[in-house]
Design a protein around this ligand. Structure first.
Ligand code: PEP
Ligand code: MN
Length: 344
């Protein structure tokens, strides 16, 4: 349920609505808009009871029933696009943010070299995993805290904020000490305990779509985070499992306009995990921007054959730089531009 206030409603009238919503046993979410404030109501298990009382209160324009199972993430609740601020970098809005870096932090030289290279090519956020969710328990699992420290050094060197994966609630406090943005990986998209825990922080979250998750599942997962009070969520389409196994996953480009219609949250695309090999990344990245993505997250490695994780899909710095030149042109064709390290 959404209570839309009159354009000239006073602060007291808005507060009164919030108080009555609490009195009815629900949670109010006041959302000031450019012309009027709307107050979302959550916490109801069935229809909201007591609407007659709300509609009679002074300053109320109308009550709108929200039909979607997710509320706080829905466009119905919040019409304008949300912009998530990661350090000095805005994700969402008219410009496009490119996140790049290695799949995994492997060593000091590796991460610093790649960070420097992607920064000079125009990336605005550095990615890199210190805790890695690997399909096999026998493969490299990440450097843990040492990896986080190396990411911090890379941030100091380049000025880029860092996004890194948090795999569980045990390591969340530690990861929070280092990360500017927390990544929730595809394998953890439905780890509701973790979603609630990151929801209790104010740290921006990059929520990746599970590879067997519907768009509704993804939006409901995001709802867990917003419901705990953290509105800083960016959604990521990274490919889903289909019957076709010619690429690592199948990039669902249609998810971009669909999510944009259903939700106000920014959407970015990960062409690297979708494709699984370096050759296909440029066309998917171009397509993602053309389809309306607010950003990309791309894996880059200075020496892919020696990468400890996801070497097949890593771009070398020179290819990444070439890609950025092309993406600038695609962005311009859809009336957008790439954020550059100098204008963040
Ligand atoms: C990653 O970004 O390195 C990663 C593991 O991604 P995903 O969770 O999408 O598989
Ligand atoms: Mn990876």
């Amino acid at each position: 349920m959404l209570v839309v206030m009159q354009a000239n409603a006073t602060e007291e009238q808005i507060k009164r609505i919030c108080d009555v919503v609490v009195e009815l046993g629900y949670a109010p979410h006041p959302m000031p808009g450019p012309t009027r404030t709307a107050i979302g109501i959550t916490g109801n298990r069935g229809p909201v009871i007591g609407t007659e009382r709300l509609s009679l209160l002074p300053g109320v324009h109308e009550l709108i029933r929200i039909t979607a199972p997710y509320k706080l993430v829905s466009r119905e609740f919040h019409e304008a696009d949300t912009i998530v601020q990661v350090g000095s970098v805005p994700i969402g809005g008219s410009s496009i943010a490119v996140i790049a870096g290695p799949c995994t932090v492997e060593a000091r030289e590796q991460v610093l070299q790649v960070a420097q290279a992607v920064h000079s090519a125009g990336a605005v956020i550095l990615r890199g995993g210190a805790y890695k969710p690997r399909s096999s328990p026998y493969t490299f699992q990440g450097l843990g805290e040492e990896g986080l420290q190396l990411l911090r050094t890379a941030r100091e060197m380049t000025g880029m904020p860092i996004v890194t994966e948090v795999m569980d609630t045990d390591t969340l406090p530690l990861v929070l000490e280092y990360a500017d943005m927390l990544q929730i990986g595809a394998r953890n998209m439905q780890n509701y305990t973790l979603l609630k825990a990151v929801g209790r922080t104010k740290c921006p979250v990059l929520l990746k779509r599970g590879f067997a998750a519907t768009i509704k599942d993804l939006l409901l997962a995001a709802e867990y985070i917003l419901d705990q009070g953290n509105d800083n969520v960016v959604l990521c389409e990274r490919g889903i499992r289909t019957f076709d196994d010619s690429a690592r996953f199948t990039l669902d480009l249609g998810a971009i306009p669909t999510i944009k219609q259903l939700s106000h949250l920014p959407v970015i695309v990960d062409p690297s995990h979708a494709m699984g090999h370096a050759d296909g990344i440029l066309p998917l990245a171009r397509a993602a921007i053309a389809a309306g993505a607010d950003g990309l997250i791309v894996e880059v490695h200075h020496d892919p054959p020696y990468a400890l994780c996801d070497g097949e899909q890593a771009l070398v710095p020179e290819s990444f730089q070439q890609m950025m030149i092309q993406l600038e042109r695609v962005a311009a064709a859809v009336d957008r531009s790439l954020l550059s390290p100098t204008n963040t």
